[in-house]
Design a protein around this ligand. Structure first.
Ligand SMILES: Nc1ncnc2c1ncn2[C@@H]1O[C@H](COP(=O)(O)OP(=O)(O)OP(=O)(O)O)[C@@H](O)[C@H]1O
Length: 507
């Protein structure tokens, strides 16, 4: 079932919002860590959307099994889906693909991990095959990592048709990107800031002939933080194009949607509200602020053998937590917007390859990342924007798998937590802990934390001096290193005790 949007063609609209949301962004406006401020809460609520159900779950269950071919997807792309072992389209794919193939602008809203990327990639690839052309489509994403992931998906699905993609994101060399652009790829996947840089500075590069524009994580892209870049990008796009907006959460502010300049769009929604995935078991844990770390270690020990994504509010928090966990013998790796792009990618690669069991990140990793083996998401710091909760916990329980999410709620977070429960429309159970067992860990965790703080100071010291000091152990400076050397040095025999406790993994 489809739902035609009230707002019609909005080519002439260049509206500016009166309000602002407070998500912080880094250079090039990619999503970065937040500073923990929770101002503009009212605006966030105002921004929530009440969704009309467009796919009836019951009917959907009874519906005949549909194939990609039934949706109108051509054989070569159906074969690519088969190669990826996708036996049938997901709900959002069933809804969105036929409309997109029919040439409609689509606003696609479906839960995390439900295959939205292919819902826009398949129609674009099909159109490309029918009308081969360089610079055929531009996909805007809020984060660099997501851009690389989307490019991989396009290449996997388009392998049979020789599609050429280019990833244009911040933190990478402009010149080599300019050379990639000169090769005129079919599909550009870009973060808005860097795309604008190239539009303004790369000779001969323009988007006058682009046929498709996608805003993935559209509510984030249409956020005020990207306003200037998005307006600049849209001003150089041809009017004759198709536009797709996709996300697990969507802004309800019509002006924001209008900024995307959709033409008579069709809104495809596959849930009644901001549903989190059914196979996701969600819990909260209510504890005093000062015991957060000790409960984190307890929890990870209880769930040892699993793969964790742990979200912190700040870059510093990710570093401190990762170092603390490493000091306790766990293989944790940080990911945040202050790291160089190479380190960001290296961290993700190691985590994807399962050579690290815990990725400790800011919201830079909360949207879109598809790492199927993530078992547990821990919100060590509660998200200040309740929609971010949906994206964060959506890093697990993807594509029909099971997963667990635990949110730490301290005495300061009660209001934010209530907003989350309100948004997802349910009360979450408490994660049961044995407090006496937790507190046994207090001393060791405290020591590991103090060491982590000192390690960060040493690191800042090294960076501040900008010259190498031969007698300073810098092994922790490299995010990609385990801190075995440091543990040996700092803990001596105590390390062995800790590793007795933490080194053994329950299966
Ligand atoms: N038809 C399908 N059958 C099985 N798996 C699929 C199908 N389509 C996509 N997938 C897989 O599902 C996973 C999630 O897909 P994708 O990343 O596109 O989700 P998403 O809806 O964009 O999630 P998010 O909202 O978190 O960005 C991917 O690993 C993808 O390969």
């Amino acid at each position: 079932m489809e739902n035609n949007m009230d707002e019609s063609d909005c080519e002439s609209v260049g509206s500016k919002e009166g309000g602002s949301e407070s998500e912080n962004v880094e250079e090039n406006n990619e999503v970065s860590e937040t500073d923990g401020n929770s101002d503009n809460k009212e605006l966030e609520n105002e921004d929530e959307i009440s969704l009309k159900e467009t796919v009836d779950d019951a009917n959907d269950n009874q519906a005949e099994k549909q194939t990609f071919k039934d949706l109108g997807v051509i054989d070569v792309l159906c074969e690519a889906c088969e190669k990826l072992k996708w036996s049938e389209p997901t709900k959002i794919q069933k809804e969105a693909i036929p409309l997109a193939l029919a040439g409609r602008d689509v606003i696609g809203l479906a839960e995390t991990g439900s295959g939205k990327t292919a819902a826009f990639a398949l129609p674009i690839l099909q159109a490309l095959l029918e009308n081969p052309q360089r610079y055929f489509a531009v996909i805007l994403t809020p984060t660099r990592e997501l851009a690389f992931q989307i490019s991989e998906q396009f290449e996997a699905l388009g392998s049979g048709i020789g599609v050429k993609t280019a990833v244009i994101v911040g933190g990478m060399d402009m010149m080599s990107q300019a050379m990639m652009l000169a090769k005129k790829p079919h599909i550009l996947i870009a973060t808005p800031g860097r795309l604008v840089d190239h539009l303004e500075n790369t000779k001969g590069f323009n988007l006058k002939s682009v046929k498709y524009l996608v805003m993935d994580e559209a509510d984030r892209i249409l956020n005020m933080d990207f306003e200037i870049e998005v307006d600049k990008i849209l001003s150089v796009f041809p009017r004759e194009r198709r536009t797709f907006l996709f996300s697990a959460t969507m802004t309800k502010k019509v002006q924001k949607l209008q900024r995307a300049c959709l033409r008579n769009p069709v809104k495809v929604e596959v849930s009644t509200k901001y549903k989190t995935v059914e196979k996701l078991q969600q819990y909260y844990i209510f504890i005093p602020m000062r015991y957060k770390d000790v409960y984190l270690v307890y929890l990870m020990n209880e769930m040892a053998g699993n793969s964790f994504m742990i979200f912190c509010a700040t870059c510093n928090g990710t570093m401190k937590t990762a170092l603390m966990l490493r000091n306790l013998g766990m293989s944790a790796i940080p990911l945040n917007g202050q790291m160089s792009q190479n380190k960001r990618l290296a961290a993700l690669t190691k985590f994807r390859a399962k050579s690290r069991t815990a990725l400790i990140s800011t919201d830079v990793a909360s949207r879109g990342l598809d790492i199927p083996h993530v078992d547990v998401v821990i919100n060590l710091d509660i998200p200040t924007h309740s929609k971010d909760y949906i994206h964060r916990v959506g890093r697990t329980a993807r594509a029909g798998r099971a997963g667990v999410a635990v949110t730490f709620v301290t005495q300061y977070d009660v209001e934010l937590y209530q907003r989350i429960e309100h948004l997802i429309g349910k009360k979450l159970p408490k994660f049961e802990t044995k407090d006496e067992e937790v507190m046994v860990l207090e001393e060791r965790v405290g020591e590991a934390k103090r060491t982590a703080v000192q390690q960060i100071r040493d690191l800042e010291d090294i960076k501040g001096r900008k010259k190498r000091r031969p007698n300073v152990d810098k092994s922790f400076e490299d995010d990609t290193e385990t801190s075995l050397g440091i543990r040996k040095r700092k803990f001596g025999n105590k390390k062995n005790k800790m590793q007795k406790k933490f080194g053994k993994r329950k299966k």
